[in-house]
Design a protein around this ligand. Structure first.
Ligand code: ARG
Length: 600
């Protein structure tokens, strides 16, 4: 099953080929002038010169070859050589029927070859509160996970839990000072208490205190470093305590993520890479990649001539390698963030052997990933094209800086969802929506509206751009928002309920009115939107499609009576179109990680 655009693309390419032009510049796009045509090809203008011919003549010859194509009612050459294509009502009707019958993909084509893909996203840390970077990563990563899976890849979403490193030592010494976990502080092999000595509130209180103290108090800092080293060396009491920290954090995080409709297949942690670290460092050593640098050990990743100017403290300017070397072992002997990421690649290779790993992480970490990826390729842990950093911009406050709460703190996911849900309740009441829902159903709708608002606001922007957090706008039922799209789908659901039995999938569909044509052409465009979003790793293209579809439906609804249609066949056909629209809209929203309520 192919979409009209690809099908016509092939027909046009064949016609060009028959004229001696085989070029990947031969393409078909949606028409710029929907009043004149449905699709167009500008290829004649792009290729004529290279083939020593005049674009209008070439277009004319191609057009005559397309004459009589079963999907087309007209083929015309316009201007200097545009080929305008008008699709036949029958072809549109059969395409709409395909979309309606295609329960799984609603007209979207799967990938030809399925790959094993890992998506590293969210990246929350034990005890440290999440910030907007984690929020965006969760939303974008979840959508990419769904999109890749939908197109037929085998996908693992990994939270890549930040459960290792200095923050663990900080928590241990902070807890040692506060008391209450003496049993874990003892030397020896235990056994240690099976119950956690700390709650989530304790961790959230202890971590910022300890982090602040470490900045001022060198003695405290040293003790935290030592505790980190002892934990990593396997001191049993610390290990037992650490397991509690990890479990307590993870339970809380999973709850928050699930409220946001974000779930992971794997919760592998940075700690999982730890057992591989020593072997990997030895391997880098053996491969001659590890270089001594002022007491530290690094891997040089810049090629010859890859330098940038760097200003030194004394004001002089020097050329330094760009990207800078990857720090593998610090002068104090500890493994670093980059070491962990490198060892994690080895770990993933051993466990899953992915053909592609996507890292959905803040653009500000771009250089880090460039260093890690280059080191991985040098060491033979990954081939070209297997590792991709998908950076994203920040969600900003009105001041244009990364969003902070009113109190100036980082935002907590839980608070954000609660605030958005409260607001959703207010808005629903104002709009007199959900009046006749039972309290639980109303709450469920409010939660869905809140999540739709937050996610759509994020995913409707190209991932690389930053945007301003404006909850009032996000949660509005008007404009390009998640709640608007939910409202549209609920409206179609209620229309179908009123119509009684859902339209059977074998209802003959008729596509006569301009608004019907437009709606079917939009349904047809889903396949292309999904493929583009996948190729570019840009979920906003799916968001854009969902918005367009809702608008096309709205126009159709206004122009074409459905329940009020006089002719029973027309009524059935329009109901079938509504049903296809609803199914594709819900699917598109699902790819964005947005669930729709039954009623509002
Ligand atoms: N935990 C990290 C942070 O909070 C993000 C991890 C991103 N993923 C990775 N493989 N480094 O910044």
């Amino acid at each position: 099953m192919t979409d009209l655009k690809s099908r016509l693309g092939e027909a046009v390419a064949a016609a060009f080929a028959a004229e001696g032009v085989a070029s990947d510049k031969v393409r078909v796009t949606a028409s710029d002038r929907p009043d004149l045509a449905d699709f167009q090809s500008n290829a004649a203008l792009a290729v004529a010169k290279a083939h020593g011919t005049n674009p209008r003549d070439l277009a004319g010859r191609v057009a005559s070859r397309l004459e009589g194509h079963p999907d087309l009612t007209s083929v015309e050459v316009a201007g200097p050589g545009f080929i305008n294509l008008v699709v036949s009502p029958a072809a549109l009707a059969s395409r709409a029927a395909e979309v309606l019958a295609d329960d799984l993909h609603r007209g979207a084509a799967p990938v030809a070859d399925s790959r094993r893909v890992m998506i590293d996203y969210a990246g929350p840390n034990v005890a440290k509160p999440m910030h907007v970077g984690h929020l965006r990563s969760s939303i974008i990563g979840e959508s990419l996970k769904r999109l890749f899976r939908f197109r037929g890849d085998q996908v693992w979403g990994d939270a890549h839990f930040g459960d290792w490193g200095f923050q663990m030592g900080l928590l241990i010494v902070a807890l040692a000072d506060e008391g209450g976990a003496e049993a874990f502080m003892a030397d020896g092999d235990g056994p240690f208490p099976a119950d956690s000595p700390v709650s989530l509130e304790d961790l959230e209180r202890l971590y910022p205190q300890a982090a602040a103290k470490a900045k001022e108090d060198a003695g405290f800092r040293d003790r935290a470093r030592k505790a980190t080293a002892e934990l990593q060396a396997g001191r049993p009491g610390y290990r037992a305590l650490w397991s509690h920290f990890v479990a307590v954090s993870r339970t809380a995080l999973e709850r928050e993520f699930s409220a946001l409709g974000v779930t992971f297949d794997l919760w592998n942690g940075e700690s999982d890479a730890d057992p591989l670290m020593a072997g990997m460092i030895a391997d880098l050593e053996a491969k001659g990649l590890l270089v001594e640098d002022q007491g530290a050990r690094v891997v040089h990743v810049a090629g010859p001539g890859e330098t940038r100017k760097k200003k030194l403290e004394d004001g002089s300017v020097v050329e330094t390698p760009s990207p800078p070397p990857l720090l593998v072992v610090s002068s104090e002997g500890s493994a670093m963030y980059g070491t962990t990421d490198l060892a994690t690649i080895v770990d993933r290779r051993n466990r899953i052997d992915p053909q592609l790993i996507l890292y959905v992480v803040d653009e500000r970490q771009a250089e880090h990933f460039e260093q890690v990826f280059r080191a991985a390729r040098l060491a033979g842990y990954a081939a070209n094209g297997e590792l991709e950093h998908l950076g994203f911009g920040t969600m900003n406050g009105p001041d244009g800086k990364p969003f902070k709460t009113r109190a100036g703190g980082v935002l907590k996911l839980h608070d954000l969802i609660t605030t958005a849900t409260d607001k959703a309740r207010e808005r629903l009441k104002e709009a007199r929506l959900g009046d006749d829902l039972a309290p639980e159903a109303f709450d469920d709708t409010a939660r869905k509206v809140a999540v739709a608002a937050l996610k759509f606001a994020d995913l409707s922007n190209a991932r690389t751009t930053s945007y301003v957090f404006d909850l009032d706008r996000f949660i509005s039922f008007e404009g390009k928002t998640g709640p608007y799209l939910l409202y549209q789908s609920v409206r179609i659901k209620s229309l179908l309920r009123k119509a009684g039995d859902a339209a059977p999938t074998d209802t003959p569909i008729r596509v006569d009115e301009p608004a019907e044509r437009d709606l079917v052409l939009t349904l047809d465009a889903f396949s292309g939107a999904v493929a583009d979003a996948y190729d570019k790793r840009m979920p906003h293209l799916v968001a854009e499609h969902a918005w367009r579809l809702a608008q096309s439906f709205s126009k159709f609804y206004a122009a074409c009576p459905i329940l009020g249609a006089e002719d029973a066949a027309v009524r059935a056909s329009r109901l079938a179109l509504s049903q296809a629209t609803l199914a594709q809209l819900e699917l598109a929203l699902d790819l964005l990680g947005i669930a729709t309520p039954e009623r509002m």
